[in-house]
Design a protein around this ligand. Structure first.
Ligand SMILES: [Zn+2]
Length: 304
């Protein structure tokens, strides 16, 4: 099971979040048939998404992350929830970009692009959503979120995120480590964190070697105090009924066209790639309901 550990260290002067997301990244990659570069980009965003989701205070809240750097990957969207579940997609999963100087290495920054923004939408159920965006820095995801935390939340943060893709394109390890300075942090604390981060192995390698997020943080900070531990997973709450409601509201002329030409229709959920099929009879039912509703309204207007 994927999990996240969060807590404090350096006498409570820093907050630390560490997550292992290998399984959920694998699930997203399998669902969307991502090639390695897209897998790394989407996997990194899902991993930071998990951390942002668990930072939410209320279980009804939701975070949506949108990254659109005008690179070949197109747009990435990740939804993260308070309960540790995430879902997401990338518009062009069949993208392969390798670094020019090292053709073995995936070039996530180039695939994502930097001509655009990282947008975070906090959906706080009843209240108006809170939208915040920053220009993309490198498209490597970790740097972009570090910049976001600094600019949007005024919280100096170190963000290390990684996805290790195996030779057979399966996900060997994935995860993220976020270290945030509390207002009480001293110059010395900042220095310690900077040194640690500068000498840290890639986070995907650490996760591949150690697996347990709490143990990883304890190995980095002796005085780590875990405050909470949470399970993480990929989950999309779409279902046939939800898409049926959307379909039933389409103009009846469009529905009629689907009946006449295709004898039904297929809807694909962007987030999880699940296909739902609706037969002719179902669509005819939506058309009939609209006709009946219009007739009712005409009659009501006639009486008035
Ligand atoms: Zn779905």
């Amino acid at each position: 099971m994927d999990r996240l550990s969060r807590g404090t260290a350096l006498n409570g002067n820093i907050r630390v979040f560490c997550c292992r997301t290998t399984k959920l990244v694998q699930e997203a990659v399998t669902r969307h048939n991502c090639l390695p570069t897209a897998a790394a980009a989407l996997g990194r965003t899902l991993s930071v998404g998990c951390i942002m989701g668990t930072m939410l205070k209320d279980k009804k809240e939701k975070i949506e992350i949108q990254i659109d750097g005008k690179g070949p990957l197109g747009m990435m969207v990740v939804d993260a929830y308070h309960d540790g579940t995430v879902r997401g997609f990338v518009t062009n999963p069949y993208v392969e970009v390798y670094k020019e100087e090292d053709p073995q290495k995936l070039d996530v920054g180039k695939a994502v692009g930097t001509d655009g923004v990282l947008r975070v939408i906090k959906d706080m159920s009843m209240k108006r959503p809170f939208v915040s965006e920053v220009p993309l820095q490198t498209g490597e995801i970790g740097d972009d979120f570090a910049y976001y935390y600094m600019k949007s939340e005024q919280t100096p943060s170190a963000v290390s995120v990684g996805v290790m893709v195996d030779k057979d394109y399966s996900i060997k390890a994935a995860g993220a480590l976020v270290i945030q300075m509390m207002p009480s942090a001293t110059e010395r604390d900042i220095q310690i964190v900077e040194e640690i981060v500068a000498n840290l192995k890639p986070v995907s390698q650490i996760i591949d070697e150690m697996k347990d997020p709490a143990e990883i943080v304890k190995a980095i900070f002796d005085d780590y105090q875990e405050l909470a531990c949470q399970e993480l997973s990929f989950k999309c709450e779409c279902n046939k009924g939800k898409f049926a409601i959307v379909l039933s509201r389409l103009p009846k002329e469009d529905l009629q066209e689907m009946i006449d030409e295709d004898h039904g229709c297929e809807v694909i959920c962007k987030f999880c790639n699940t296909k739902y099929h609706y037969d002719e009879g179902t669509l005819q039912g939506f058309v009939n309901a609209q006709i009946a509703h219009e007739k009712q309204q005409r009659e009501a207007a006639g009486k008035a």
